[in-house]
Design a protein around this ligand. Structure first.
Ligand SMILES: [Zn+2]
Length: 574
């Protein structure tokens, strides 16, 4: 191989392609618009990228920057040298590097035979701008520093030759060597070629951040409830009977539906179901279906495979997969899109799911606790919710009473929150004034426990140390006319329009009647069951049982007599 073979062609033909058009605000290098940028700015930029992304990611970032540039220069080089020999034409790339002021390239070895698909090259880099940057802002590195130049060399060579070529910087002044030197070979001749090629793949941070964010949310949920079984404070009968239902159902592994207005503490109760079940050591994942845009809900719940849609650059587990072996709480389940409803039904029926854009079926073992503040039966009638799914999740339904139906619990809860926020704000108050307590009882709490909690927190903040919490502190100016239900709650209520027109008893009735009709239970069987249950609860006291049923004592006595007669009649027939 003669020296002449490694001589650069005259630079003039390239210089002719470089046109400064300051009157247009443009610089052209053949077809490429180019900009002049000072090294100082690039240097600060590189430092910032490394600080915010870390060395490995930063390195990949700059290698790809060089790569895109090398790709375009390969195209340019082929166009500029239609008649030159392949290796002479190849040298245009190194020459363009020189022209761009990035580095002086000295070719040491160049063996390129397109027919035999053979490529081997060695170049020396003198005065690399990246070594200069190291001097200016980064200091000496423990590894070669000429990342953009290397990315350029790889892309330029690969695109010029049509072979997959990789260069390594075997010596670099950025790491204290005497010179920068690179060697290029067909990729597969490098033992680590696969790892190296990862540098040229984009690795969007956003997916990683998203994944981390969800994991943190799950952790926070776990840390926020240090007790084994979340406390459910309350002594008022509508609440204690709901709690009894929940505690009994907890271990049955049945799909549970909690019906109640927003702010009634459904998530705490769902967590309680989880903690009291055999799944307690598995994950608990809470999802508010209303908080996720409908177009994302499927991928959020069931996961997504890479390439399922634009932006799905990485495969990701959904909440169901993350809840595997544990419990998932689906709040505002009525907001699920039709496709998500179908997928949920499949999880309940078959115990399996498919990620969005995947054809691989995954088995899943998740207990579902769903919740809604709307009448699901009405949503079924209106065609918004699948009937088959409704009957599946409605199998074990518990109605959580609104706070205004638990008047006796208001003081209890208010005291509980007072202690919590006194601790949080490191403040000791003298408790509620009588007028404040009366106001707490007089208000009807459309936002339920959450609204009460907000009011108490505000009260603690506004009350001076060692003073009493006044009505004014709890319900500050203008508030009693327009209660500050949290904006999310309000939005949901408006969108559903249900809370204003349905009391929980109506919701319960609607749901019960649906179940009764669906299971074809006759009126007389229903009546018998109700009377028996009431008599049992009243321990045989007919007057008390009548009160439970909203009947007079004679009316109940009459029905009992009729029941006995018909039972005897049945017995006689047999
Ligand atoms: Zn170097």
């Amino acid at each position: 191989m003669s020296d002449a073979h490694l001589q650069f062609p005259d630079l003039k033909y390239l210089l002719d392609k470089l046109q400064f058009k300051p009157e247009e605000g443009k610089i052209w290098l053949a077809e490429q618009r180019t900009v002049l940028m000072g090294l100082g700015a690039l240097s600060s930029f590189r430092k910032e990228i490394i600080t915010s992304m870390g060395m490995e990611r930063g390195k990949g970032f700059f290698m790809r920057l060089g790569y895109y540039s090398g790709m375009r220069d390969a195209e340019l080089a082929r166009k500029l040298n239609p008649d030159a020999t392949p290796d002479q034409a190849f040298l245009t790339g190194p020459q363009l590097h020189c022209l761009r002021g990035m580095v002086k390239v000295i070719p040491l070895v160049l063996e390129y035979d397109p027919d035999k698909k053979h490529f081997y090259a060695e170049f020396e880099w003198v005065d690399s701008f990246e070594v200069e940057i190291c001097r200016m802002s980064l200091g000496q590195l423990n590894e070669p520093a000429c990342w953009m130049l290397l990315g350029y060399a790889c892309a330029y060579s690969s695109h010029f030759t049509g072979l997959d070529i990789q260069f390594r910087e075997v010596e670099c002044r950025g790491q204290g060597d005497h010179q920068c030197r690179i060697i290029g070979k067909v990729a597969t001749e490098w033992p680590d070629h696969e790892d190296f090629s990862h540098f040229f793949r984009e690795a969007p941070l956003i997916d990683e951040l998203y994944e981390l964010q969800s994991r943190i949310a799950d952790l926070e949920q776990t840390l926020g409830y240090p007790e084994d079984v979340p406390k459910a404070l309350g002594e008022a009968p509508p609440f204690t009977s709901a709690l009894e239902m929940i505690d009994r159902g907890a271990n049955a592994d049945v799909t549970m539906l909690l019906i109640g207005e927003t702010g009634t503490g459904k998530e705490v109760l769902a967590r309680r179901v989880h903690s009291m079940s055999t799944r307690k050591d598995g994950p608990f994942v809470a999802v508010n279906c209303a908080a996720i845009p409908p177009e994302l809900i499927e991928s959020e719940l069931f996961g997504v495979e890479k390439g399922a849609y634009t932006g799905a650059t990485q495969s990701r587990k959904g909440r169901f997969e993350r809840a595997d072996g544990g419990t998932i709480f689906l709040d505002e389940v009525i907001e699920l899109s039709p496709r998500a409803q179908a997928a949920l039904l499949r999880v309940i029926q078959e115990g399996e799911l498919e990620r969005v854009g995947d054809d691989h079926t995954r088995s899943i073992d998740v207990r579902i606790v769903a919740a809604t503040n709307e009448d699901l039966a009405a949503a079924v009638k209106a065609g918004r919710f699948r009937a088959d799914l409704f009957y599946r999740i409605n199998a074990y339904m518990v109605v959580i009473p609104a706070l205004r139906e638990r008047q006796n619990d208001i003081a209890l809860l208010a005291e509980h929150f007072r202690k919590r926020y006194e601790k949080q704000y490191r403040k000791v108050t003298l408790g509620f004034t009588d007028r404040a307590m009366a106001a707490l009882h007089g208000y009807d709490w459309p936002g339920n426990i959450r609204e009460l909690e907000n009011a108490i927190e505000r009260g603690i903040i506004l009350t001076d140390e060692s003073s009493s919490i006044t009505e004014q502190n709890l319900f500050n100016a203008g508030w009693s006319q327009t209660p500050s239900v949290d904006p999310k709650t309000r939005k949901l209520n408006q969108s559903s329009g249900q809370l204003e027109s349905h009391t929980p008893n109506e919701l319960l009735l609607a749901s019960l009647t649906d179940q009764i009709l669906y299971n074809e239970i006759s009126i007389s069987d229903l009546e018998t069951a109700l009377i028996n249950k009431a008599t049992e609860k009243a321990e045989g006291n007919i007057s008390a049982a009548a009160r439970l049923l909203g009947l007079s004592r004679p009316a109940l006595a009459y029905r009992l007599k009729r029941q006995d007669e018909s039972a005897n009649g049945e017995a006689e027939k047999k």
